[in-house]
Design a binder for this molecule. Sequence first.
Ligand SMILES: C[S@@+](CC[C@H](N)C(=O)[O-])C[C@H]1O[C@@H](n2cnc3c(N)ncnc32)[C@H](O)[C@@H]1O
Length: 230
Amino acid sequence: MKEENTEAKSCTCCCSSKETVQEKDYKLHWNKAFDRSDVNNLGWYEENPQPSFDLIKKCNLKIDSSILNVGAGASTLVDELVNLGYENIIANDLSSSALNKLKERLGNDSDKVEWIEDDLTNPSKLNKLENIELWHDRAVLHFFNDKKDQDTYFALINKVLKKNGYVIIAAFHLNGAPKCCGLPVHRYDENMLKERIGNNFELLESFEYTFLNPSGDPREYIYTLFKRIN
Ligand SMILES: C[S@@+](CC[C@H](N)C(=O)[O-])C[C@H]1O[C@@H](n2cnc3c(N)ncnc32)[C@H](O)[C@@H]1O
């Protein structure tokens, strides 16, 4: 019974439902996911990033504030930020296929974005960044199941984010699906994210949000906005 529930709540629109990752090559896994499907059929594809924008509005960013979207995939947040005129947008992903799809969609506007293909759990380029004013993550942190990878992720935030900078993390909620894209996820609630990000940050806002994926299945998220105070 438990097994059936797990399978039913797994992603059914972007990966064959019974697929599990045998290999530990996550870059290959994500490249295959982006290569085999139209972007707007991917289980996490978000046409309208309204919940992120509701939090971004609260940051009162300037037009030249540096905004780092980690694990950007090929959803529309970067397009929207470009359209709003933000001049210092950085898009990161482990997957070159994801970044290429996003670049293709942006066309000439792709020159307005800095592209960083790098692994958040073993960064070699992201860790050179500094004075980031907004770190944005939707649906990335929850793929890091090992404490070591989570530690690297939060250490990176502390390394690159400016004092008084903001962090938005949207992750699968404790009530949410146990898997996405064939991978098990580590789910969170507000308190868990507060504890993980640590005392250098103040929680400004959080809310639960139900995203309907392209198959119409609900996915429960926890959205959080933190401000760096130390
Ligand atoms: C579920 S998708 C979310 C994409 C996008 N944030 C969105 O809201 O549509 C997860 C993304 O994280 C990327 N990713 C997974 N592991 C990563 C890592 N270690 N470093 C950087 N990106 C990673 C994947 O390639 C994929 O684009």
